[in-house]
Each structure stands twice: as C-alpha cells, then as structure tokens.
Design a protein around this ligand. Sequence first.
Ligand code: NAD
Length: 291
Amino acid sequence: MTKLGFIGLGIMGGPMAAHLAAAGHDVRGHDVSPDAAAKLEAAGGQAAPDIAGAVTGAEVVVTMLPDHPQVEAVVFGQGGVLESAAAGTLLIDMSTIRPETSIEIARRAEPRGIRVLDAPVSGGQAGAERAALSIMAGGAAADFEAARPIFEVMGKTVIHVGPHGAGQVVKAANQLVVGGIYGLVSEAIVLLEASGVDAATGLDVLAGGLAASRILDLKRESMVARRFEPGFRIDLHHKDMGIALAAARQAEVSLPMTALVAQLIAACRAMGHGSLDHSALLKVIERLSGR
Ligand code: NAD
C-alpha cells in the first residue's frame, strides 16, 4: 500500500484515482471542484480540502490537471506540492503540458529532494475508466521503475520513453496523429453522405481494412449520429496542437499536416464548440462543404 496524493479529479483523474483506491492504496485527492472530490470518497479514497492536505505524508503525488498554468500553480504555488511534499516524494505529473514545463518542474524539485516524472496518458475517458491507458513516462529510469506498480493500476501500456520532457514529446506526437485521423474520418463521413452512401455502412468497411483505427472502432457510431458529448474536449486538443507545433519549432522540423489540423481545430473552437468532444471536428469539415 502506497500513500498517494492525487490532485485533479476530472474526467481522467477521477477514474484514475478511483482505480488506485480500489487497488488498496491510501489515496487522498484534491480538486477545486468539491463534486469531483466527493466522487473519490464514494470510490474509497479521501477528499482533501487543499493541496497540502493531499500531499503531506504522501510517498507519491500524482497531478492530472488541464494545462501548464494549473500545473505550475499546483506545483510551484504557495502551499503547493514543492512546499508541502517531503524530501524523497515522487511527483508524477500525468497532465498533457508543454515539455519545457516538465523540465522546469524537475529542475526546481531536485534541490528539495523531490523526484519527478512526466507521464502523460493516451486512451481517453474510456481508457481511464477501464484502467487501460497508454502511459508514456519521461525522467530517471529508477524513478520510472519505482512508479511502475502505480502505473500498472491505471494503464495497460506503460513505457519509459526518455529523460524529463520526453513523455510530453511522445504525447504531442500522439495528439497530432489523433487529430489527423479525426479530420480524415470526418472527411470520409462527409463524402459518403454527400454521395448518397450510408455512412455507418461505409465506415464499417473501413474499420475492417487498412484504414482501421481505434478511433473508427470507438467513435464512428457517435460521429455518424452527431453525438459530441466529451470525452476529450476540443479546447484541450487545441492546447495539444499548440504544444505539438511549439515542439516542432523547437526541434526545427516542418509538420504541415499538423499545422492544417491545428487550424481546423482552432476553427471548431471559434465556432463555439470548444467544450464538445474532439470528434466535433466533423462540424468544421461539414461547414466547409456547406453542409
Ligand atoms: P478535466 O477538466 O475534466 O479535469 C481537470 C480537473 O482539474 C478538474 O476537475 C478541475 O476542477 C481540476 N483543477 C483545475 N485546476 C485545479 C487546481 N488549481 N487545483 C486542483 N484541481 C484543479 O480534464 P481531463 O479531461 O481530466 O484532462 C486532464 C489532463 O489529461 C489534460 O492535460 C488533458 O489534456 C489530459 N488528457 C485528457 C484525456 C481525455 O480524454 N479527457 C485523454 C488523455 C489526456
């Protein structure tokens, strides 16, 4: 049994923390939303009123927050993780944020004796709920091995991908592929429907051939039915495309398809769909054809 502090109990963090509590760990969770913390209590964890309450005495602290400003506030802020955690604590940030912030967290944690991993995840809400996430970790190999039993409670694919920040780079690569596939599945739906072919039937064929993908498996039905409740919000994917393009600039590479998909996701947000699921990219592709 590990004493765990878990901060950020939203769509992803909620079920992840619940799995850790169900596996017998002592989980104290904190979220600015009291409803989120109450759900953790129902799952066998304890709700902490503030960050210090979740972190004090914890051997491992997990953060699962929207973006780098929230992670910086929680980790660096007054009464935050660096102030409240004891030397020897392992801090695992599982949020998707820019790699520079992950590197900065490790740099500022080191003099306090706090070890750090960036360990973003892929697999979506369904992956979090089924404890089937893909987890990509950056940081020291020994810290990754120490964290492995915790990761294995939440995920099925658990891989150490390199030093601090590398987990975030892999996640950026994941997000540009996911965005591209959503764009192309949307185009397939528009073409099928505009040609008078039943889109559900057409996508069933695609799902059985070389165009098969997890996105087609999990989302084709809801996309054809225009059900876009999140899931993963357009706002968050917009953030992730920004991270991918900034990483490309840093690495001095050209990613033209990523740039195009980023613009389409930005348009989706500008159309007022930021809080819908990222499969709502279909709405932009339809609009481009006047549909
Ligand atoms: P979410 O908005 O549902 O959850 C974030 C939680 O953090 C919320 O409950 C919010 O109240 C809480 N929070 C925000 N600021 C806080 C603070 N200062 N102190 C304490 N709690 C605070 O978001 P999510 O969908 O769970 O995503 C979390 C992270 O995981 C993001 O970085 C996202 O990009 C990534 N991610 C999401 C998915 C997905 O499918 N939703 C998949 C993979 C990765």
